[in-house]
Design a protein around this ligand. Structure first.
Ligand code: HEM
Length: 445
């Protein structure tokens, strides 16, 4: 199971190339730093998006990102947009929003850790989490170019070059990526070294059916290895997803039929666990019927938001689906009006299939007294009343303080600024034995 396939070596290689080309980088940085934000940058990122009921002309080009001149130092303290994708009533729907291209691949203070964790996952589990099938070569190369273009255009101070982007230095990890041909590594490895998102590459076959043809997915969160999904149709991949056949599939197929390279959308789903790990969370490591251990503190519970995007590549026509986990502790959201009430309601009253899929019953009774106390606290503080209807937030899918941030400074929670980096490091080390056990269990099924 644990293997040291080619990917191990691909990830390790390439960093020493061209170091001497980069000595004058500081000069370029200082020129760039003096530039102000463009108009579209100022206006494009601070809005709550509109629901995406639209389609562009099939030949419309993909939108271009605008530069965001944040330095590596700024990136290290920056928070991403604050997701609060809690819906009630909770129906399984596509729930997609138009995506501002500037947010296709986001940047925040956890970037370095996510990239390093990708490296560890690939080194430990190889083809379980990264792979491609014949027929996806063109799409993977196009994806690599698209990701490279996005990162160097959007974050010019974080991805720098002195030879017209044949070599690109990732200023946050220090690695220099060599894009000269022939490529030294698998295109999916380049993608994984630039962006912290997981990537799925979907192609439509001659039979008109969409299949997953390539993927770099180090952060599934649940216990599924991507090698079992490669070559599978979207229907098969979503077999376990509640209400897929009736509620999701028909809208997805309609959406894909009209989706042009200019139509970018995003969505967010979520679940709860009592850790911050990226590869495998405690809630999905439990064996069937097991419950959270009684000594876990309720304050350790986090919402893991799965922030997802969809776009089409113009040349290969591939659909690119990204997924990106972001954690928010219930504790840090405790003074956001209605959030504890919504979480409490959803874990008990969501449709049965969703409660089961997200394993809510493995921990909900354990955190109920804590959630009750938070709701009571909100009533005492006058943030809500006992009569306030518990329904989707007016600022859905974001927190109310979304309006107070911007792309340059980020969107830190003003009451409870949070950084779980140290905790994550510890949890990753502690979780390694559990990972191997769960993977073994999965292989035996
Ligand atoms: C187009 C490429 C897509 C791929 C490759 C993909 C892949 C996946 C995978 C691997 C899972 C986990 C399944 C499991 O638990 O075994 C999943 C879950 C799910 N997918 Fe997709 N998906 C895609 C598109 C979509 C779209 C367009 C939607 C709806 C708009 C969607 C909705 C869901 C939902 C609701 C779940 C259950 C987990 C959650 O609540 O997010 N997927 N998907």
């Amino acid at each position: 199971m644990v293997e040291s396939g080619n990917v191990y070596y691909l990830l390790g290689a390439g960093s020493a190339v061209g170091v001497t080309l980069y000595l004058a980088r500081n000069h370029i940085k200082s020129v760039l730093l003096n530039n102000n934000k463009t108009k579209s940058e100022q206006s494009s990122t601070e809005k709550v998006p509109k629901k995406g009921k639209y389609h562009s002309d099939a030949n419309a080009p993909p939108p271009e990102p605008t530069p965001l001149y944040i330095t590596p130092e700024q990136a290290k303290t920056r928070d991403d947009r604050p997701w609060r994708p809690f819906r009630f009533p909770y129906h399984q729907t596509m729930s997609i929003f138009k995506l501002d291209v500037n947010h296709w691949l986001d940047m925040d203070k956890y970037y370095y850790q996510y990239i390093k964790e990708k490296e560890r996952v690939y080194h430990s589990y190889g083809s379980d989490n990264i792979g491609s099938l014949p027929g996806s070569e063109e799409a993977c190369l196009e994806l690599m170019e698209m990701v490279k273009h996005q990162m160097i255009t959007r974050y010019p101070l974080l991805f720098t070059s002195e030879d017209d982007y044949i070599h690109v230095k990732n200023e946050l990890t220090g690695e220099i990526l060599d894009f000269s041909l022939p490529l030294k590594e698998d295109p999916l490895v380049y993608v994984s070294k630039m962006a912290k998102e997981d990537f799925y590459v979907v192609l439509k076959g001659d039979d008109g059916i969409h299949r997953l043809m390539a993927a770099a997915v180090p952060f599934p969160g649940g216990s599924f290895g991507i090698k079992y999904k490669l070559g599978k149709t979207l229907d098969v991949i979503h077999t376990e997803v509640p209400y897929y056949e009736t509620k999701l599939k028909p809208s997805m197929e309609k959406w894909f039929a009209k989706m042009s390279p200019a139509d970018l959308v995003e969505r967010a789903s979520w679940y709860i666990s009592w850790d911050h790990r990226l590869l495998l969370n405690n809630v999905y490591a439990l064996a069937e019927g097991d419950k959270v251990q009684s000594d876990v503190q309720p304050t350790e519970f986090n919402v893991r938001v799965e922030r997802q995007t969809l776009r089409r590549l113009p040349k290969s026509n591939a659909i690119i689906f990204t997924n990106h986990p972001v954690f928010y502790s219930i504790e840090e959201m405790k003074d956001e009006p209605l959030v504890p009430s919504l979480i409490r309601k959803i874990i008990y009253e969501a449709p049965e299939g969703i409660i089961k899929y997200k394993h809510f019953d493995s921990f909900r009774d354990h955190i109920l007294p804590y959630l009750d106390s938070l709701v009571e606290r909100q009533i005492e503080k006058g943030l809500i009343t006992a009569e306030t209807p518990v329904k989707t937030l007016p600022t859905y899918p974001f927190a109310h303080f979304m309006k107070d941030g911007d792309a340059e400074t980020g969107w830190s929670n003003p009451l409870y600024p949070n950084n779980y980096s140290e905790q994550l490091k510890k949890e990753i080390i502690e979780g390694q034995k559990m990972e191997v056990e769960v993977y073994k269990r999965q292989e035996m099924v």
